[in-house]
Design a binder for this molecule. Structure first.
Ligand code: HEM
Ligand SMILES: [Ca+2]
Length: 792
């Protein structure tokens, strides 16, 4: 029988008045009480475990420190991870809530509307000027392609949410001036007022309607995962943050130098001084780690460049890229990167301005005023949204509605991703070329990324086909949902068992409690107060460590020798080679054997000079873009995050070594100005880890949140997870490996042997080559899904 647990009763209908809100808050309190009881389950170690400092950022502002030693003998803290992240301090002496009365709100609302309509008039003026619109052709349009909206619905959705948030940002500015509010007040979140029943009600995120009895399958958009916070983890919602934002004006302008509050050093000057292209291959891991990392990124996070209301791309530079547009013609979201005239590379092409448009914003979940928050367009969870999309509309586009299958393009008997209909997805859509569609709009950005999408797309169809044979009476919907549920579990296993240990090292896996369970045991890690959202620091800095491990060349091998070395800019948004019969297998054999580059201050020129160049002599610089994006998103300086994770602040540049110090002195005025992405890359590796301690802790923390804050995480049992697996199924799912996914879904033309762990160097003791058909790379026994729960 079905037990309806109190946690399955959802409140999430849109409140229609204060009365209803009051009523629902009574229910909420009861549910909270219930959840507290569940958390104190004797098996639940959460309340006593000693956690690394990063998972409890409030420690920086708290007087009472409950310090302890973590399993890795580091200083940690006893704190529930749920007490995340930038909530106002509980320390009353430093906390005073600021409240706007009704008449203040009305007056601010009027002024805000005025300001918005001025912005709109200006925008339509700019739209009529040729130079203000970015069109396909230059490399910078390739950059825009990464956040381009594919249809009118998508354009409207992003613009609509971003507009609401912009209104709140402008209102915050008015309120700040009127009441003399300080930047510190904003940082501490001291204006917690819920504006849902104010003149700003239209600016709030509408709450989804959640069913009273939770769905067995997680929703495509991730909403209703958390019982009390139905929008946590849903697309078009803001990133969470480890530390409060640091904006120059406390609201949205870029961070300033700690010396004289001047602008921070030019991002391109930093890149050209600090970053170069030197080949330092890593001895342990394969290129698959890089390509899976990007694929995973595209499940978790996508920031959207602002556009005009009709979806056209904004240009902030003149059409030759020589100089930025004058103030009167500049869009409010422009933050172009000036290229110094003495730049070694771009000056050859007389380039003085690299386009950069700021990210779209999203209103806070609680609809309050405060500093700006950036929008994540994806479902934040690990839910294979890169395969299925993050909205039901996207999923419908991808499904064939027969046998639970996703649509495919049959190319001479091989299943490829469906061909894209969008004429601007790739550089060319000529007959015979390939340009593909998937659940994520960045699919075609790298051909090796297309390969990853193809593998998981085929895996879904393979699972659906097998389930159909086992359960001939299941309809399309059931087959689709069951196959999706299994595929998501496989991905979660690969991430926590193979991918993360490679990035973070075994010590951090244990210290952060990231290891999966064994055998048939369910997990008790779920914590309903954990916000699963992607943190801004993870998306905008730490996980971009991956840009340093990219190799500028993709080498293709024949039976005896290397046949081709492809410069990767040639395969960006140009995936036509996918149509060559052997290409998929060839690339997979490269990905599973060639090494990644080390994480350091070396980056392929393919990314810093030629990215998205297509036919042009030069491209755009991803390193400068990363730095600028960090400032766009209000990330604090590197030193603040060191402090957060319990490291001493850097006092002298010399701590990065004498050579690097000399370079840093040339660009930064103070050690307290260093950007997070830059400082993180320069750190020596943490023990057993691919990255330094700051990135490691930010990344580890993220995957803690994604596990503890996901009710549908595959390991959660029936008391938590409405879509729980049986213990026997769980045991099978835990066998998933990336090698099995490759074995089952490649073309069988070249690849019949793989290492047990494809992320690690193959053919060495402990990671020998084995046969795909042998028992060493286990398969999941899907017969356990036969007749499964047919009575429900
Ligand atoms: C294969 C070559 C790659 C290329 C050409 C590439 C390119 C890009 C570009 C153009 C952006 C948007 C930058 C911006 O406007 O702020 C981006 C964002 C990002 N990249 Fe990469 N990338 C690559 C590989 C990777 C890898 C291997 C990882 C991680 C392991 C990674 C992680 C990220 C993350 C986390 C973001 C932020 C996404 C968002 O929140 O919007 N990338 N990348
Ligand atoms: Ca997702």
């Amino acid at each position: 029988h079905v037990v309806v647990h109190p946690r399955d009763i959802l409140i999430g209908t849109e409140p229609h008045g204060e009365e209803q809100l009051k009523k629902s808050s009574i229910i909420q309190n009861e549910l909270l009480e219930e959840l507290r009881n569940i958390r104190n389950h004797p098996d639940d170690k959460q309340d006593v475990i000693c956690l690394p400092l990063v998972t409890c950022p409030a420690h920086l502002r708290s007087k009472e420190h409950n310090y302890c030693k973590t399993s890795a003998r580091r200083r940690g803290i006893r704190c529930r991870t749920g007490q995340n992240h930038t909530h106002p301090s509980n320390d009353r002496s430093r906390h005073h809530a600021l409240h706007a009365d009704r008449s203040t709100l009305e007056s601010i609302s009027k002024k805000t509307k005025n300001e918005i309509s001025k912005l709109r008039i200006r925008e339509s003026k700019l739209l009529s000027r040729h130079a203000n619109i970015l069109r396909p052709g230059p490399a910078t349009y390739g950059h825009f392609r990464n956040s381009r909206r594919f249809n009118a619905e998508d354009i409207n959705k992003v613009t609509n949410v971003a507009d609401r948030a912009l209104e709140l940002a402008i209102a915050t500015r008015f309120f700040k001036h009127r009441h003399g509010i300080t930047n510190e007040d904003l940082e501490l979140g001291n204006i917690p007022q819920d504006l849902r029943f104010s003149p700003f009600s239209h600016s709030c995120i509408p709450l989804p309607t959640c069913p009273f009895i939770a769905d067995r399958y997680r929703r495509i958009d991730g909403a209703c995962n958390n019982v009390l916070h139905s929008t946590w983890g849903a697309p078009f919602t803001p990133y969470s943050r480890l530390l409060p934002a640091n904006y120059g004006d406390g609201i949205w302008t870029p961070r300033l130098s700690v010396i004289g509050e001047e602008p921070l050093p030019n991002p391109r000057l930093i890149t050209s001084t600090i970053i170069s292209d030197i080949d330092v291959p890593n001895q342990e891991f394969t290129l698959l780690l890089m390509q899976f990392g990007q694929f995973l990124t595209h499940d978790l996070t996508q920031s959207m460049d602002m556009t005009y209301a009709n979806g056209s791309a904004i240009s902030c530079c003149d059409s030759e890229g020589i100089t930025e547009l004058p103030e009167e013609y500049s869009h409010y979201s422009c933050m172009p990167i000036n290229i110094p005239p003495e730049d070694q590379f771009f000056s050859r092409y007389k380039q003085g301005c690299m386009n950069f448009v700021r990210s779209a914003l999203a209103p806070n979940h609680d609809c309050s005023m405060g500093y700006s928050q950036q929008m994540n367009k994806l479902s934040h969870f690990i839910d294979a949204s890169s395969v299925y999309g993050s909205t039901p509309e996207q999923t419908s586009e991808l499904r064939s509605f027969q046998g639970g299958q996703l649509k495919v393009f049959e190319d001479f008997g091989r299943e490829l991703l469906p061909l894209s209909k969008d004429p601007l997805s790739c550089l060319t859509m000529e007959h015979g070329s390939g340009c593909f569609e998937s659940g994520d709009t960045r699919t075609n950005q790298m051909i090796t990324l297309v390969v990853m999408h193809t593998l998981f797309h085929r895996e879904h169809n393979r699972l659906a086909r097998t389930l159909h044979v086992l359960n001939p009476y299941w309809d399309d919907e059931k087959l689709f949902l069951e196959a999706r549920q299994i595929l998501i579990a496989e991905m979660q296993v690969i991430i926590y068992k193979e991918f993360l240990p490679a990035i973070l090292g075994p010590e951090a896996m244990a210290e952060f409690g990231l290891e999966l369970g064994y055998g048939q045991k369910y997990s008790h890690d779920y914590d309903a107060s954990t916000n699963p959202s992607i943190t801004n620091e993870f998306a905008t800095a730490a996980f971009r460590f991956g840009h340093s491990i990219v190799d500028g060349q993709l080498r293709i091998y024949g039976p005896t020798k290397m046949e081709e070395a492809i410069a990767i800019p040639e395969i960006m948004f140009y995936p036509s080679r996918m149509r060559h019969e052997k290409f998929l297998d060839e690339v997979l054999s490269t990905l599973t054997t060639e090494p990644i580059q080390e994480v350091d201050n070396f980056m392929a020129e393919a990314l810093t000079q030629y990215m998205f160049r297509s036919g042009n002599p030069f491209g755009v610089d991803l390193a400068s873009i990363n730095i600028q994006r960090g400032r766009d998103h209000g990330l604090r300086s590197y030193n603040d995050y060191r402090e957060l994770i319990g490291l001493p602040r850097i006092q002298y540049f010399e701590e990065f070594g004498p050579e690097m110090a000399e370079k840093l002195y040339k660009v930064y005025k103070s050690v307290d100005d260093v950007d997070l992405w830059v400082g993180g890359l320069l750190e020596p590796k943490a023990p057993g880890s691919l990255v330094g301690p700051t990135f490691r802790d930010i990344i580890a923390d993220q995957f803690v949140q994604l596990k503890k804050g996901d009710r549908y995480f595959f390991e959660n049992g029936p008391s938590i997870n409405p879509g729980y697996f049986s213990p026997e199924q769980l045991e099978q799912l835990r066998k998933s490996t990336m090698s099995r996914i490759i074995c089952d879904n490649s073309d069988g033309l070249l690849l019949s042997r793989l290492a047990l762990n494809s992320f690690r160097k193959p053919g060495v003791p402990g990671n020998e080559f084995v046969d795909c058909s042998g028992p060493e790379i286990p398969s999941i026994d899907l017969s356990l899904w036969q007749k499964y729960r047919t009575l429900f």
